[in-house]
Design a protein around this ligand. Sequence first.
Ligand code: FAD
Length: 304
Amino acid sequence: MIATLPPSKQPAQRSPAPLSISFEFFPPKTGALETQLWSAFERLAPLQPAFASVTYGAGGSTRDRTHRIVARMRRTSDVEPAAHLTCVDASRAAIQEVIESYLKVGVRHIVALRGDPPAGVGEAYIPHPQGFQTTAELVAAIRRTGDVEVSVSAYPEKHPESRDLDADIDVLAAKIDAGASRAITQFFFDNAHFYRYRDRLAKRGLDIPVVPGILPISNFAQAKRFADACGTDVPAWLAARFEGLEDDPETRRLVAATVVAEQVFDLVANGIGEFHFYTLNRAELVFATCHMLGLRPSARDAAA
Ligand code: FAD
């Protein structure tokens, strides 16, 4: 969806940034939670995202559910589905089958990932002996299979397993060389990390779109747990905003909406026009943020 910001929010020195949004969902385990997923999707789809992605569970545990959800998105809406795919615990042949199964139902965008170590985050990652050794190899295999857009991950605060940010950027560069055309970042709360990262990528001449991953905080304790697991900085000012609101969901929601709006407006003021929202299968905060960005539902693109 392309929209422009209200004049008061336009950055003074830059031309109006056209806005493009995308949403990430995960395949839930139960029927009740799946109802929540589709209700969130139906609320958000009319905002005309560039795509909606569906994650792939650890070790392929959601293989069938991910497939079923992207296939239904394709069948019942105008939203472009993007299926995640990881290398964990799978041979090249098994992964090739998954790629082809996505293509068969009309999926033309794959988010290619290595995935977390099967033994758990923090343990050593050991590739499957007949599997892809790196994400770049997976990207190349997808690109060889068909006319598929490939997005990959990026880590403004570096991946926890990376020696340093330069080593992490080397991995991103290899994925771009293999054919990735977009990177979506791990979520971050302090935009300064993203700006520094953007500058480093520019210095390295890496010029594919690097889309900030935005996690609205509907539950601070949960967001902090996610952040600790993936090495995302949680600034003291952010913790202070949510302090004492554990039993006050109404105020928490208002604070959460303000925090995410501040984050995206600051990014917009710094020339960013693309956002990937980690929805956690909830529409409310994401919808409110998109509304404040000037995006409005279009009846034509509503999910069926
Ligand atoms: P890469 O970008 O390939 O590598 C990340 C880092 O790992 C490298 O910088 C390097 O430090 C290290 N590394 C990788 N390969 C090697 C190697 N051969 N030797 C030494 N070090 C190496 N996880 C899921 O399970 N399912 C999902 O659907 C999913 N979706 C995601 C979407 C986004 C946008 C992001 C940011 C993450 C997602 N993840 C998902 C999490 C991701 O799988 C983990 O962060 C994982 O640990 C790294 O996978 P990657 O593709 O980011 O790895």
